[in-house]
Write a protein that binds this ligand. Sequence first.
Ligand code: GLN
Length: 304
Amino acid sequence: MNYQAVLEDISKAVRPLAGQGKLADYIPALANVNPDKYAVCLNSIDGHMYSVGDAGERFSLQSISKVFSLAMCLSIKGEGLWKRVGKEPSGTAFNSLVQLEAEHGLPRNPFINAGAIVLADVLLTSLADPEENFLSFVRELCGSGTVGYNLDVARSERENGYLNAAIANLLKYHKKIECDVEEVLAFYFKMCSLEMNCKELARAFLAFANHNEKFCYSGISLTSSQVKRINAVMQTCGFYDEAGEFSYLVGLPGKSGVGGGIAAIYPRRYSVAVWSPRLNSKGNSVMGMKTLELLTTETMESIF
Ligand code: GLN
């Protein structure tokens, strides 16, 4: 497959959508990002990389980082993790409180904010140096020792993170997190502030596409069955209340973030990362979704 030509065609085909959607300005530091950035990078299992646009420019991963924290938690806790967090799609916004209250503080899945805040608590209580350990893991996954947190973004989100604070307090009230609420939130925001470019992100996700190979990075190892199951959770929960739409249009497991990134995989074939900061009302990148929809449509390759 000539993926380079496919990506170039797609980058032209999505241009009419360029002005649609808006930046995630509820995190003030993200409102300063150039909304017109666009990048896509595809890594094939057989070792080729294809990219278009600003694929070397780093952006805020936000909720995409939840895939990395899930991988770490599953490696540490095994199946026992599912006592702390569910694995059903929520059908609600990523930061919704309503369902969490109705379900007595047990988050539906690890990719809504409530679930990821529980993951942060699991890592804080299990690791010697959680911030460093998380960073070492993602650096090894993406093959870049300079990938890091953006402390301005983390601080900006903390200063305005009233809804996440409410979620963390509700979790604490229901005894679903062990650590201090402030400590858990600080670590959660830090993981969300992780920055990568599309080349690094596609490389990091190649490990999830290639689940027949041994998954072992910086002491975090997963069986191929565990990797397969992370992909299943991405498929059903990776896009919050738009998970059905993404599955319908794109047909790949993936994960979005309000920084405008989306990472997706085609098992045993490729990983792909796309970045375009303007978001739709569900918090997913407008051009990112369209890019992936066209990718699986034009190549006639999807898991379905
Ligand atoms: N840090 C963001 C938040 O908690 C992540 C949300 C997202 O990317 N969907 O609101």
